[in-house]
Design a protein around this ligand. Structure first.
Ligand SMILES: N[C@@H](CCC(=O)N[C@@H](CS)C(=O)NCC(=O)O)C(=O)O
Length: 256
């Protein structure tokens, strides 16, 4: 198998953790279409987003959630979903919350860093910090007194661990969230998570200019669904409109 991946993408990281956790053999291929414009990724996935899994016979599967479900069926042990139907649904709900909202909050925050000259820059960063804190509180509650969100490590934990450390970049005080802090420490002891953390830290250490991580060769940033909803919902529609009119937005193609 081959995995189109990108070291700082939470979606690609989730899938790599699951592959490593299951001990699967695969070849990682680093890609980010908006930055490198390499056509092999677009050939494998119309949306040109990572992750994409290419099977040995050439068939492809896109979207981190869909890939994880596929992997669970073809490599059942160790499992990454609980057996209980409700707990399985909880995994999907926690995964969805992270993929949709946590991701959008992080995107909004880094937009505020990147567009630091914009009049809304400080306000968009503050809105992101505020919502990130609220999301961490939701995770603290979801965790309850369990070691992992649904008992044993699952896709819920592997997704959340790619987002929760955002709290540190935002300098959020987590002292009122002891369960989540202990969970983070516990997660980091899982070899597949430790390996991911090392790859992601190395990649972020190499980012000296946030624009280089966000903007493609023509200065455009990749936008989609919840990343667009979040700034509009928070009243930053003018900033979004300026990005649009300046031709700085890039979207997945139609019919994808
Ligand atoms: N729903 C997709 C989202 C994947 C996604 O948005 N990936 C981003 C990286 S975080 C991407 O490849 N963006 C295209 C680009 O930046 O060129 C999934 O769960 O895999």
């Amino acid at each position: 198998m081959k995995l189109f991946t990108f070291a700082t993408s939470p979606y690609a990281r989730k899938v790599r953790i699951v592959l490593d956790y299951k001990g699967a053999a695969y070849e990682p291929v680093e890609r980010c279409y908006s930055l490198d414009r390499k056509e092999d990724l677009r050939d494998a996935c119309a949306r040109a987003e990572v992750p994409v899994l290419t099977l040995d016979d050439g068939r492809t599967i896109a979207d981190s959630t869909i890939i994880c479900e596929y992997l669970e069926q073809v490599i059942p042990a160790p499992p990454v979903y609980p057996r209980d139907a409700y707990e399985r649904a909880r995994v999907r709900m926690i995964e969805d919350l992270c993929d949709r909202t946590f991701d959008a909050v992080g995107f909004g925050y880094f937009l505020g860093v990147l567009r630091s000259e914009a009049p809304e820059a400080a306000a968009i960063r503050a809105a992101a910090v505020d919502e990130c804190r609220a999301l961490l509180e939701v995770l603290e509650r979801e965790l309850g007194d369990r070691d992992y969100f649904c008992g044993a490590p699952s896709v819920a934990d592997f997704t959340a661990i790619c987002h929760a450390p955002l709290a540190r970049s935002m300098k959020i005080d987590m002292s009122a969230m002891p369960r989540l802090q202990a969970w983070m420490e516990r997660m980091r002891k899982i070899p597949a998570v430790a390996a991911d953390r090392e790859r992601a830290s190395k990649a972020w250490a190499g980012v000296h200019n946030i624009a280089a991580e966000f903007e493609g060769p023509d200065g455009r940033i990749h936008w989609r669904d919840s990343r667009l909803e979040w700034p509009v919902r928070n009243g930053f529609i003018d900033l979004v409109a300026r990005e649009f009119h300046a031709g700085k937005m890039m979207f997945p193609p139609r019919a994808s």
